[in-house]
Design a protein around this ligand. Structure first.
Ligand code: APR
Ligand code: PHB
Length: 391
């Protein structure tokens, strides 16, 4: 097989990259390790910055998102027995779109297959070769076990944090930074109507909790737990009891409860690989960086990388200019580090650290009070949450 851009991974990064290239007349082939059913069912985050929703419209795939997605003009922060609203729209003029990442994945996969364009699902033993030269290759075994090879000009390393692209770069050439947090999120998807119109981020003496949603019938909820927590120690009753305690601390109301469709525990880390390019290989999305989910930045940062990469590849093919490719990492890293800062800041402001003492706890409560009562404080949170402007 031969193509212009070989893309490893059919997550939001790989699918968006392929779609943007397609619309600019650039060919690609996507290789995905999992099955279509698996990636379409995988539950991930669900908050899109205003410009990501606009980009999805721009690439022609916004129809279902506009119909089923939920536009939110604000969010709520609960702490010290009260709940306060951050008026995102009033402070920034922008809203966010709540639309599950797997719905995005479904829309993009369907459009690509409808257009007769290739995604090789259930690819095994994926490896990349000759990225130092100008004709890199991707090798894999297809779902029938037959060996395959793709020759291309460039490789999009869109295979997430645990993929093979980043580890294919020689360790001596990698510059990485990491912070692992002493807590994790236990997330559930419940068949229950959301209990509030907006997201509620709650800081409670028992730990952090978040109320989010996927539709008028489905609630997404999270609890801070310890990273070595065993999910089997969290029967549904215990989860609901803890969610009720942490999320309704402002009193006088109860969360709607319902059957739990899915539950899982996710560790939290911040990670940046500043080496986003190695020869013909370009890393985008989670393969290059991870944020703790508190700021809802994961999918948005992935889209921001892809926006730059698609532009640079277009300049290369259509204007014979490699300048965009040469500056890919520099162009992405400013936004990446600002999102890393914001996600780290939201995380430390809202979670209870096992290392925190009484002084730290009072500083945290003072910061929550400040951020929710000062217009300057609230505006700083809001402008980061809805997405900082591009340069
Ligand atoms: N070969 C082929 N595909 C692979 C391989 C491999 N060796 N390793 C991983 N993949 C696939 C995964 O199965 C997944 O579908 O690459 C895809 C990577 O997708 P994501 O992990 O979703 O990463 P990305 O597309 O960068 O999207 C970032 O996803 O994890 C969330 O919160 C994160 O919202 C952020 C977004
Ligand atoms: C989600 O709906 O899954 C979600 C929302 C906000 C976050 C993280 C996750 O900060």
């Amino acid at each position: 097989m031969k193509t212009q851009v070989g893309i490893v991974g059919a997550g939001p990064s790989g699918l968006l990259l392929a779609r943007m290239l397609q619309l600019r007349g650039i060919e690609s082939i996507i290789i995905e390790g999992r099955s279509r059913a698996y990636i379409e069912a995988r539950i991930r985050a669900g908050v899109m910055e205003h410009w990501v929703a606009a980009l999805i419209d721009e690439v022609g795939l916004g129809e279902r998102m506009r119909r089923e997605g939920l536009v939110h003009d604000g969010l709520e922060i609960s702490f010290a027995g009260q709940r306060r609203r951050i008026d995102l729209k009033g402070l920034t003029g922008k809203s966010i779109m709540v639309y599950g990442q797997q719905e995005f994945v479904k829309d993009f996969v369907a459009a690509r297959l409808d257009d007769g364009l290739p995604i090789h699902f259930e690819a095994g033993d994926v490896s990349i070769h000759d990225v130092d030269g100008d004709s890199p290759k991707i090798r894999f075994t297809d779902k029938d076990g037959a060996p395959q090879r793709i020759e291309c000009d460039f490789i999009g390393g869109c295979d997430g944090f645990h993929g093979i692209c980043r580890p294919s770069i020689p360790a001596a050439k990698l510059t990485t930074f990491e912070k692992v947090y002493p807590f994790a999120w236990l997330g559930i998807l419940a068949e229950a109507a959301p209990s509030s119109d907006e997201l509620i981020y709650s800081n409670h003496d028992n730990g952090f909790a978040l109320h989010s949603m996927r539709s008028p019938e489905l609630t997404r909820l999270y609890l801070q737990v310890s990273p070595d927590e065993d999910i089997n120690d969290w029967p549904d009753d215990r989860i609901w009891q803890e969610l009720q305690t942490r999320l309704t601390q402002d009193g006088g109301w109860r969360l709607n409860e319902g059957p739990v469709q899915q539950k899982s525990i996710t560790p939290m880390r911040s990670f940046v690989c500043e080496t986003m390019r190695h020869g013909c290989l370009f890393l985008a999305g989670d393969s290059a960086h991870i944020v703790p989910p508190t700021g809802a930045k994961g999918m948005n940062l992935a889209a921001a990388d892809v926006r730059v990469l698609a532009g640079a590849l277009t300049d290369f093919y259509k204007s014979d200019s490699a300048a965009g490719l040469d500056h890919y990492a520099d162009k992405c890293l400013g936004r990446i580090w600002k999102a890393e800062r914001f996600s780290w800041w939201m995380t430390q402001m809202l979670h209870l650290s096992p290392e925190a003492d009484g002084f730290d706890r009072r500083i945290q409560l003072a910061e929550l009070d400040y951020i929710t009562s000062s217009e300057a404080g609230a505006k700083s949170l809001a402008e980061n949450y809805v997405g900082l402007p591009f340069d």
